[in-house]
Design a protein. Structure first.
Length: 54
Protein backbone atom coordinates (compact mmCIF):
# COMPACT_ATOMS: atom_id res chain seq x y z
CA UNK A 1 0.00 0.00 0.00
CA UNK A 2 1.73 3.12 -1.21
CA UNK A 3 -0.62 5.97 -0.44
CA UNK A 4 -4.18 6.44 0.71
CA UNK A 5 -6.01 9.68 -0.02
CA UNK A 6 -8.48 10.48 2.72
CA UNK A 7 -11.20 13.07 2.24
CA UNK A 8 -10.92 14.65 5.67
CA UNK A 9 -13.65 17.20 5.01
CA UNK A 10 -16.08 14.45 4.08
CA UNK A 11 -14.99 12.46 7.15
CA UNK A 12 -15.63 15.54 9.30
CA UNK A 13 -19.09 15.93 7.74
CA UNK A 14 -19.94 12.31 8.50
CA UNK A 15 -18.63 12.63 12.06
CA UNK A 16 -20.61 15.84 12.59
CA UNK A 17 -23.80 14.15 11.40
CA UNK A 18 -23.19 11.16 13.68
CA UNK A 19 -22.66 13.48 16.63
CA UNK A 20 -25.89 15.31 15.84
CA UNK A 21 -27.76 12.02 15.42
CA UNK A 22 -26.74 10.86 18.92
CA UNK A 23 -27.90 14.13 20.46
CA UNK A 24 -24.78 16.27 20.66
CA UNK A 25 -25.90 19.91 20.70
CA UNK A 26 -24.94 21.61 17.44
CA UNK A 27 -22.99 24.32 19.27
CA UNK A 28 -20.72 21.61 20.74
CA UNK A 29 -20.10 19.65 17.54
CA UNK A 30 -17.33 21.95 16.25
CA UNK A 31 -15.45 21.73 19.56
CA UNK A 32 -15.82 17.96 19.61
CA UNK A 33 -14.53 17.63 16.04
CA UNK A 34 -11.43 19.70 16.79
CA UNK A 35 -10.66 18.27 20.23
CA UNK A 36 -7.58 16.14 20.81
CA UNK A 37 -9.69 13.60 22.66
CA UNK A 38 -12.25 13.07 19.92
CA UNK A 39 -12.09 14.32 16.36
CA UNK A 40 -8.69 15.87 15.82
CA UNK A 41 -9.97 17.52 12.66
CA UNK A 42 -8.47 20.84 11.59
CA UNK A 43 -10.59 23.97 12.14
CA UNK A 44 -11.25 24.14 8.39
CA UNK A 45 -12.38 20.49 8.26
CA UNK A 46 -14.58 20.92 11.34
CA UNK A 47 -16.22 24.06 9.92
CA UNK A 48 -16.97 22.18 6.72
CA UNK A 49 -18.46 19.29 8.71
CA UNK A 50 -20.73 21.58 10.71
CA UNK A 51 -21.83 23.40 7.54
CA UNK A 52 -22.99 20.10 6.04
CA UNK A 53 -25.36 19.18 8.90
CA UNK A 54 -28.90 18.29 7.88
Amino acid sequence: MDHIDADWKENAAKSAQLLKDVGTPEDMIYNTLTSDAAGKFTPEEARYGVEQLK
